[in-house]
Each structure stands twice: as C-alpha cells, then as structure tokens.
Ligand binder design. Structure first.
Ligand code: ADP
Ligand code: MG
Length: 309
C-alpha cells in the first residue's frame, strides 16, 4: 500500500463532515470560519514510549490523539470544526491504521470535526494533531482573567487516569485513561461566566499554577475537596494515595475560576457534569494547600507536573 492509497483508504472518509472546507487531496485545505468568529488553533504531539505504549490499542491512540487537542479547544471555550493529522509510521500496517482511523473518527464524528489534511511519513511512531475551532471574538476563556475572590472549580472528577496509569485495573478507570472525554459542551456554555479556564492535563497543581501565573494572583486549594469518582474511591486505599492520583494529570477536566455570585450559572452550564468548588483565588502570590485537618502547606506548583525538558 503506497502513501496515497493509505490516505485514500483510511483518512479520506474522515473528511466528509466538512461543510465549509475543501479538504484532503490538494496542496492545502481551504477553510472558511463562520463570519464574525475568531479561529482557535492548537496542536499536540503523542510519541510512542512517552505518551503511549507501542502495543496500545490503535483505536485508543487515535481517540486520544484527537481528544487531547479537543480538550485544549474546550478550555478556550471554542467550538471544534476541523483537524489536521501528521502521522509518522514505522510501517504501513493496514490493521493498525484501520483501528487508529476508527478511534479518531469516532471522536471526530461526536464533535462534528472534519479531517481536512495532514502529512504521512516513515519513522518512529509519532502522531501530531492540529485542531481548528472557532468562537465569537473576545469571548475566549483565557488563563489570565482570574481575580481575587473567584472560586476555583473543576468539572467531573480527578485521578481516574493516574490510577489506571499506576496499575488500577477497574474498567471505568482504564477508560478514563484511554478514552478521555474533552469537555467541549461545558467549555462552550462557560463563555461569559468563567473568568479563566485551563484543561487539566499535567495535574491540577501544575495547571492551576498556570492560571495563577498568567493572572498574577495566588490561591488556596482544599485538597480534601478534590472530586473523586466512585471507582477511584474504591481503588485508593488511603486518602494520601487518592490525593496523589488526583494531582496526577491526564484527567482532561476543566479547571475554571468564577466569581461567587456566578457559581449557580457555572453549575448549570456544566450540567449534567458535576462542578466542584476546590478553592479560592487570593491577591497574594503562591498556592496554599489545605488538607482535611485544616493544615496549610505551600505548593511548589511550578515544580510539579510533567516536564519534557
Ligand atoms: P504534499 O506533497 O502536497 O505535501 P501529501 O502527499 O503530503 O501532499 O498529501 C496529499 C494530500 O493528503 C494532502 O491534501 C494532505 O493534506 C493529505 N494528507 C496526507 N497525509 C494525511 C493524513 N495522515 N491525514 C489526512 N490527510 C493527509
Ligand atoms: Mg505532505
């Protein structure tokens, strides 16, 4: 199977959702954003041996490669429209490609995302996805809008993916790791309500730290209030273990800030997803952690989270 046959067979069918795009097959795709909307564009790479194992289910890899990108659009409050896929493959393995395209296509179809182009090369398995989303100008959920007094909230629950990564075998936990659900609907509904937002990919401490730095504020975080799923509570023996997993990352929940009087609106925007208040923004710099006994410690948020370099 040559490169063009591979693209035609596996990726051309994922371009059909395009309504305003001239996609795969020419030198560049043509894309028309809805008039009056701003484009939100981002890209993320997954590398074999670093973000996933070579023997992982290719459908899960395809799903996750798109999911981590859609999660970034969710955190901006953008509506996903289209994606580009740069694939580096050790070999043209038809069964692997079918699985990969299926997983990618399942999530793309859920969010109306059209695959409009990409690149295919030979080398160590590496997947780079670029997504295009759109939103009304000036309505993006940025990292720099948090203000003292804002409540810090998180959608859904934290820690399931980290528990699965560290060996928990429960199928609900495994699914959170391999099939993360980008919180697109919540991101869209939170426009005009949240003052700042970020998706939780590197762990709540590191990601909240990015909001604090960008906004020039500090925070108090209640570690005992971090939301846990029933599966996580069952898998974690002790509170320390649970909290370690809950700050582990790969959750792809949204962490957002909201003035206290807008909390009911924010809760309604996220429904049926739970929204949990986990802390409050303060004027003084630094991230103070409060445990169940009310003890205070200083987080070195900027030292935590995964670092490639
Ligand atoms: P070029 O030589 O102009 O870069 P390519 O041979 O790389 O063109 O790609 C041919 C067409 O197929 C282009 O429209 C490109 O966007 C698309 N394409 C290539 N690889 C992929 C892929 N993995 N997924 C989706 N579209 C792809
Ligand atoms: Mg090319």
């Amino acid at each position: 199977m040559n490169e063009f046959e591979l693209i035609r067979r596996h990726f051309l069918p994922l371009g059909r959702a395009a309504d305003a795009a001239y996609g795969i097959g020419d030198d560049a795709a043509l894309f028309a954003p809805t008039p009056g909307q701003q484009l939100a564009v981002c890209t993320d790479t997954l590398v074999v041996g670093r973000h996933f194992l070579a023997e992982a289910d290719p459908a899960d890899i395809g799903w996750k490669a798109l999911a981590v990108n859609l999660s970034d659009l969710a955190a901006m409050g953008a509506r996903p429209r289209a994606a580009l896929l740069a694939l580096t493959l050790p070999a043209a393995d038809d069964a692997w490609l079918r699985g990969f395209a299926h997983g990618f296509g399942e999530l793309a179809a859920e969010h109306g995302v059209a695959l409009i182009g990409g690149d295919t090369t030979r080398g160590p398995l590496t997947i780079t996805v670029t997504v295009l989303g759109e939103l009304p100008a000036e309505q993006a959920l940025r990292r720099d809008g948090a203000r003292p007094g804002d409540l810090i909230c998180v959608t859904g629950s934290l820690g399931d993916a980290a528990a699965a990564l560290h060996g928990a075998t429960d199928s609900a936990l495994q699914r959170r790791l391999h099939r993360p659900q980008p919180r697109i609907a919540a991101g869209l509904a939170l426009r005009g309500i949240a003052t700042a937002a970020i998706d939780v990919s590197d762990g709540i401490l590191a990601d909240l730290g990015h909001i604090l730095t960008a906004s020039g504020v500090g925070a108090e975080l209640r570690m005992d209030r971090l939301p846990a799923s029933p599966a996580l509570l069952a898998a974690a023996g002790e509170a320390r273990q649970r909290q370690q997993w809950q700050s582990g990352g790969d959750d792809y929940e949204l962490c957002l800030c909201v003035p206290p009087e807008r909390l009911p609106q924010a809760e309604a925007a996220c429904a049926p997803l739970a929204l949990t208040v986990i802390g409050q923004i303060r004027a003084e710099a630094g991230l103070k952690l409060i445990d169940e006994q009310g003890r205070l410690s200083e987080s070195h948020a900027h030292d935590s989270g995964y670092r490639h370099f």
